[in-house]
Design a protein around this ligand. Structure first.
Ligand SMILES: Nc1ncnc2c1ncn2[C@@H]1O[C@H](COP(=O)(O)OP(=O)(O)O)[C@@H](O)[C@H]1O
Ligand SMILES: [Mg+2]
Length: 246
C-alpha cells in the first residue's frame, strides 16, 4: 500500500522529504534556540488548516496568543482568520501555570474528535521536562509520559510534530537524546557560522518508512516565513569544502 504523504507547510521541505510527511507519524524538530523550530511547527498547523484541509491544534508554552499572532503576521500568516473559521486552535500552557499535568489528555482527545483535527504540534518538550524533571530516579517517568502522550496522538490518528531544544547543533557533533529514538522522524535545524554571520541549515536525520534526502540545506526566514532552499547548498559548507583545496 502506498503511504499517504502530507504537506509540511514549509516551502522546500516537502521536496527534501520526497513528497512530505507520512500521515499519522510522530516527528521531532530539534535544534538550538532561534533556529526556526517554532515557526516550522506553526506553519505545519497554519498551512495544514488553511490550504490542506487538515484542522490543527498548536500546543504552546508561550504566554500569549496575541504575541504569537503578531509575529506570525510579519511572516505571512493570518492566524486569527484561520482560528476564527474553527480550523486552527492554539492551546497555551505557560510553564508557570503548569501543575498537576500537561493538560487533560482526555480533553485534548475530545477536542481532536469534535473539531476533526488531523495535525497536532507541541512546542515544546519542555512541558514534560518541567513536569517530570530528569534527575536520576525520575528519567523513566519523563520517558513514560512522553510515550503515553505520543501513543494517544497515534490513537487519535493525527500527525504529531514535537519541538525540542538542543544546545549543540553542529551536525557533526550532535548528541542524541534517549527520546529521539521513539520518534519516527527527526528534522534538525542548526546555525553554521560563515565569517561574521550565521546561516541557518536543515537536515532530515531520519524518516522511518520513507525515502528522503540526507543533504544539508540552507533555511531562510523572511516575510513569507521559513523556507528550505532545496536546490541550494549552504554557503558555509561550500566554503568548508573549498578550504580543503587550498
Ligand atoms: N518577522 C520576522 N522576520 C525575519 N525573521 C524573523 C521574524 N520573526 C522571527 N524571525 C526569526 O526567527 C527566529 C525565531 O524563530 P523560532 O521559530 O522562534 O525559533 P526557535 O523556536 O527555534 O527558537 C528569530 O530568531 C528571528 O531571527
Ligand atoms: Mg521556539
Amino acid at each position: 500500500m502506498a503511504t499517504e504523504l502530507i504537506k509540511t507547510g514549509t516551502p522546500g521541505l516537502d521536496h527534501v522529504l520526497k513528497g512530505g510527511l507520512r500521515k499519522g507519524a510522530s516527528i521531532l524538530i530539534t535544534g538550538a534556540p532561534g533556529t526556526g523550530k517554532t515557526l516550522m511547527a506553526l506553519q505545519f498547523i497554519y498551512y495544514g488548516a488553511k490550504d490542506y484541509g487538515e484542522n490543527g491544534i498548536f500546543l504552546t508554552t508561550e504566554e500569549n496568543t496575541d504575541v504569537l499572532a503578531q509575529s506570525a503576521s510579519n511572516l505571512g500568516m493570518d492566524i486569527k482568520a484561520v482560528m476564527d473559521k474553527g480550523k486552527m486552535f492554539i492551546v497555551q500552557k505557560p510553564i508557570a501555570t503548569l501543575k498537576g499535568g500537561i493538560m487533560s489528555i482526555k480533553g485534548l482527545i475530545d477536542a481532536i474528535k469534535k473539531n476533526n483535527v488531523k495535525r497536532v504540534a507541541l512546542d515544546s518538550l519542555i512541558f514534560f521536562e518541567y513536569l517530570y524533571p530528569r534527575f536520576d530516579g525520575n528519567k523513566m517517568e519523563y520517558r513514560r509520559q512522553v510515550l503515553i502522550f505520543m501513543q494517544q496522538m497515534k490513537k487519535a490518528g493525527v500527525t504529531f510534530l514535537v519541538v525540542s531544544e538542543r544546545s549543540v547543533t553542529d551536525f557533526d557533533r550532535l548528541v542524541y537524546d534517549m527520546m529521539d529514538f521513539v520518534f519516527e522522524g527527526i528534522i534538525i535545524i542548526s546555525r553554521v557560522r560563515k565569517g561574521s554571520y550565521f546561516e541557518r541549515v536543515l537536515t532530515v536525520a531520519k524518516m522511518r518508512g520513507q525515502d528522503h534526502s540526507l543533504d544539508v540545506y540552507p533555511v531562510t526566514i523572511g516575510t513569507e516565513g521559513l523556507k528550505v532552499l532545496h536546490d541550494q547548498t549552504p554557503f558555509s559548507l561550500v566554503e568548508k569544502e573549498q578550504e580543503g583545496f587550498k
